[in-house]
Design a protein around this ligand. Sequence first.
Ligand code: NAD
Length: 317
Amino acid sequence: MDKNLNPNKIAVIGAGGVGATTAYALMVQGVGSEIVLIDVNKEKAEGEAMDLRHGASFVNPVDIYAGDYKDLADAKLIVITAGAAQKPGESRLDLVKKNTGIFKNIISSITEYNQEGILLVVTNPVDILTYLSYKLSGFPANRVIGSGTVLDSSRFRSLLSKNCNIAASNVHGYIIGEHGDSEVPVWSLTNIAGTKIENYCPICNKGCDEHDLEEISDQVKNAAYEIIDKKGATFYAVALGVARIARAILRDENAVLTVSSLMEGYYGVENMSLSLPTIINSKGIERVLELPLSEKEEKEFKDSAQHLKENIKELDI
Ligand code: NAD
């Protein structure tokens, strides 16, 4: 299937805050040996590529350059970060009209040159744009991925890590559903050092109650608003999340990540893209996991789907 692709080549469309930082994260972590940056603002893409390239002597060999759509013909992975970003006070869904227009052009430019790569959508609202990309590209569902709640799950783990004073790598937890206001923390599967959180709390002895835990998931939900208010944009953590997904694909890892992908009846949800824990490898999506959720979590996941469905209806996709 991949005969025309370079398995180590990544294209990043959109060289703004998220795209340029993603290229930096990929470069520093040695994910991919060829990275092409594409942006309507060619000068910006060229400037970012030059700046990144000048660090080449400090990292693993990598060819980074600004290019055009024809340069993504052999890219294994195409990351899309192009489009408008949230302004202070704007929700991710407020971006929907602006960015669906931009995506119609971008997806047709991609498919003109590349029919075999994997699309990784980062632009918001990421779930709607992942579904739109699936519909417009004609790619099979396993090759159209959204960064989804990978960032939110990382925020969740890092806030729990700080609260519980345990390394984030020993804290496991997932945020599922929409990457946005209706996202769902899966407390019933959250564990620290292999122990369910409800059993770990008495061991930790810090005395957190349900209210304290809810506060943590509320902070995850509101993190982007808070950061945008303070610094105007978010890009570091999402770029690391994108690099994590890219690594799982290029290294064929079978890593479990909460990416957004086509729902095919999971918990009764279909015909849209949402995040669930998903096995990721060189094929893109190997399998979406329907883990046992609590009744409350399952209902919240379905409500999240319903909330998004209303927005998709307006778009007629
Ligand atoms: P930005 O404004 O810094 O950069 C956007 C870039 O897209 C610009 O350089 C612009 O020239 C380019 N662009 C616009 N239209 C284009 C087109 N048709 N073709 C190619 N390039 C085009 O914005 P940003 O901060 O980088 O954010 C980008 C997107 O990522 C936003 O939608 C933002 O909401 C989203 N985002 C997603 C997550 C996530 O977790 N999914 C996190 C943070 C930001």
